[in-house]
Write a protein that binds this ligand. Sequence first.
Ligand code: ZN
Length: 126
Amino acid sequence: MPTNTLPLLDAAALCAAVSSSSGCPHCASLVCPGWESASAPVGPPLLEPVGTLRDPDVYEPTFEEVHDAGTTYWHPRAPIAVHAFPCNRADVWRCPDCRRGFLQYTETGGYYVDHRLRSIDPTLVR
Ligand SMILES: [Zn+2]
């Protein structure tokens, strides 16, 4: 399914779509409690698309990040703030077996493209 037809999820819909599983044999190769660089986007059959956090009505999503004391962009306990960077650019995927959720987006700089992946701990979603 093309990503532009994925439903827009809010925090509640995101938590409802994924499980609190920490993995199963199918998705065990994906170890990414914090954001990790991936050589390419991860898709079927490993993961199935669920929705997106990119609001199509927002022309330029904010680059502001939301953090707790001591967390940074790469921190495994950094909040998954759906309206803040970088979640506001991410699509939502999940393992078809255990429903562990994942966020993916593409970071583009001047001379590089970097795919990034993070598993979803529902207790961090806000
Ligand atoms: Zn799994």
